[in-house]
Design a binder for this molecule. Sequence first.
Ligand code: ADP
Ligand code: XUL
Length: 536
Amino acid sequence: MSLYLGLDSSTQTLTGVVLEVAGPRRQIVYQRSLTFDRDFPSYGTHNGVLPHTDPLVATSPPILWAEALDRFMHILATESGLDLKGLRAISGAAQQHGSVYLNAAAGARLGNLDVGRPLVDQVRDMLSRADAPVWMDSSTTDECAEITVAVGGDESLARLTGSRAFERFTGPQIRKFYARDPQGYADTDRIHLVSSFLASLLVGRHAPIDYGDGAGMNLMDLTRRQWSDLALRATAPDLAHKLPDLCASSAVIGRLAPYWLERYGLPQAKVVAWTGDNPSSLIGVGLIQPRRIAISLGTSDTVFGYLSEPRIDPSGTNHVFGAPTGDFMALVCFKNGSLARERVRDAYGLDWNGFSRALRNTAPGNGGAIMLPWFDPEITPPVQTPAVHRYGLDAADAAANVRGVVEAQMMTTAIHSAWMGQGVEAIHATGGAARNRDILQVMADVHNADVHRCDVHESAALGAALRAFHGDQTDGGRQVSWNAVVAGVAEPAAGSRVRPVPENVARYADLKRVYAACEAHALGFGPDPTPLTGGG
Ligand code: ADP
Ligand code: XUL
């Protein structure tokens, strides 16, 4: 009997999933989440992010992630009841794009972690920058423009790295740090992603960045799978010396460092490269066939799907990342996801049951009313100044606003992922809000596709456990297909299928055009659409 641990350090939580493999039988035997705000209150985070006066800035403390990892291992060792001698491999996933800045002493400290001191105290001494910019940051518009010009325009950068410049991407964030704090930049010896930072703590040395998460930086040549000199030069001086190596997502990058063995009695398990939460979720929702896409309703809402080749979206809204299978994946990210749903829920004093009831008690199409729920600066479409727009929608009507936010989110995912959705037959829904069937009904109707809910809502952690299994097998010389890896585990929950209702599908086909007109108007390049909406 072998155990495989998958971790996911997301925006708000650290989750671990343990997969047991006994012959052909595979099952999840343990799952546990730590919530950053609640379980680590001394850091003062709100939804995992530090408070800032500038709404465009979003950073988190890397030492919080290290402390959470340490506490998780303690809980696993003392409370799970599992016989951890069977733990063969660990892998992980993390929120993408965020960067952690380590000083020149970090390498030696990583290699010599003191079993008598909590990890958090030791990591504090490794940092050249106390906070880490995370994916919710939108403050690097100038840096994006500078990098884009230096690389030869949006399209050149997208062809080279898989995405045009985006504010949250690591390259623009590094450029901002270099410009604002040149001394801090000079004192930085190594810049990690959240994923490679946490992997480094497990193996006790600087871990490589995998091709999946590396593609979220505007720094990696996507087809050559190596750092791009051109992009690095456009970003900051001497960057080549500060970046870790790159590696395949399935590579075994080392074994658990002595700290974990001595402190928690864990075996010398293999560590498989960590990746981004979205690439890991691709495996965790079993999405390795074409004609299916996934929609993750986590802190961010994301739409993603498997690609056999790096196809760039002409509108420039999407990203191409490396997939854990060695192929590619397309992704579109929306910042106003779960937190926007919560803002509407809380504004009307509802809980999730009340929120669902409001959806059930209102008619699909909302009488033509439209909300644009840009509570925070939005990634897709790009919106720097947050504002909630209502067209024909009465702000005092709680139920209509609940329907308004959910319909808007589903319509924007459909409109902005249309280029990758040709022939989509089914959607795999995951993330915290996927447990809400009423939201999934709107998804099915707007996308005109069957929606299957994934049982383990923590698909990124499950994907990591499955990747740990896959990495262990291939490292041991046993070839195992990805279909075999996901079969029977990363599959939609039985009986979870939500089918589209034809008359709602027809209504949303019209409403999507109205939504697009409202979006164009709010962004300042279309006429007033009020005559088309419920208010007209
Ligand atoms: P992340 O992995 O990005 O930290 P999760 O995928 O765990 O986030 O999703 C967390 C979110 O799930 C919460 O912010 C909450 O808004 C949402 N959520 C939880 N339960 C429900 C529900 N019943 N209906 C809608 N949303 C929900
Ligand atoms: C993807 C993105 C988010 C983060 C947080 O590009 O920015 O989905 O990975 O989960």
